[in-house]
Design a protein around this ligand. Structure first.
Ligand SMILES: [Fe+2]
Length: 241
């Protein structure tokens, strides 16, 4: 498949296919740059392959953490979602359609949570890469400088959002209208709407870092921003937004 951003995949013609694969999880040992293509399985959402080996993010995030986070937590959200939507009005919806339809419906809280967590985690894996960090590509950097003054300020704001999110949640760089912003969300919530498009995210649930960092969330966040952020992924999402 031609290389495209996850955002393109999620919003383009292949978005259902992206989350609907036959045969469950396959961990790709190769590089992140080209996301694999999938065949469609009827009405089920599948765990997309991890876009790198489980040890690819060491030493910032250990293979053990990735093994649990991807293989247990992310897989659990996908499995739960499939059980919850079977035979319901949500059964044949795309993941984004489920998120939009179940949001703010008290009777569909579990469906929203598991759908959003499925989406968020796939987005998170792609927001990171081995030997990430560094300078953002030119077009993205320009938008970052317009909004934050400098990439350094943007990274500081992202770190602050990630560290200060109370309890479980996510820190995001988003395009809101025509401007880039840093936002944080609680629990499973995702800043995805007709006007807000995520560019990258950092998972700050304890399961993302506790095995490696215990209570030192700031160390995890600084490691991720400095060494793992996949600015190319964010740039492609900006291009598609
Ligand atoms: Fe997580």
């Amino acid at each position: 498949m031609k290389e495209k951003s996850m955002y393109l995949k999620l919003n383009g013609i292949n978005r259902r296919q992206f989350f609907s694969v036959a045969g469950g999880a396959v961990v790709a040992a190769g590089a992140i740059s080209t996301l694999p293509s999938f065949s469609r399985a009827a009405s089920t959402h599948a765990l997309p392959p991890l876009p790198y080996a489980e040890n690819a993010l060491e030493p910032v995030i250990s293979a053990k953490t990735i093994g649990f986070h991807y293989g247990k937590h992310h897989k659990g959200y996908v499995d739960n979602l499939n059980k919850l939507i079977a035979g319901t009005q949500y059964a044949d919806m795309t993941l984004e359609e489920i998120i939009a339809a179940a949001r703010d419906k008290p009777e569909a809280t579990s469906i929203f949570n598991n759908a959003a967590q499925t989406w968020n985690h796939t987005f998170y894996w792609n927001s990171l890469r081995s030997e990430g960090g560094g300078e953002a590509p030119a077009a993205l950097k320009q938008k970052i400088e317009e909004a934050f003054g400098s990439q350094q300020n943007c990274e500081k704001e992202l770190a602050s959002a990630a560290v200060t999110q109370f309890g479980s949640g996510w820190a995001w760089l988003v395009k809101d209208g025509d401007k880039l912003k840093v936002v944080k969300t609680s629990d499973a919530d995702v800043p995805l709407s007709s006007t807000t498009k995520p560019l990258l995210t950092i998972d700050v649930w304890e399961h993302a870092y506790y095995l490696d960092y215990q209570n030192r969330r700031a160390d995890y966040v600084n490691g991720v921003i400095g060494k793992l952020i996949n600015w190319d992924f964010a740039a492609k999402n900006l291009e598609a937004a």
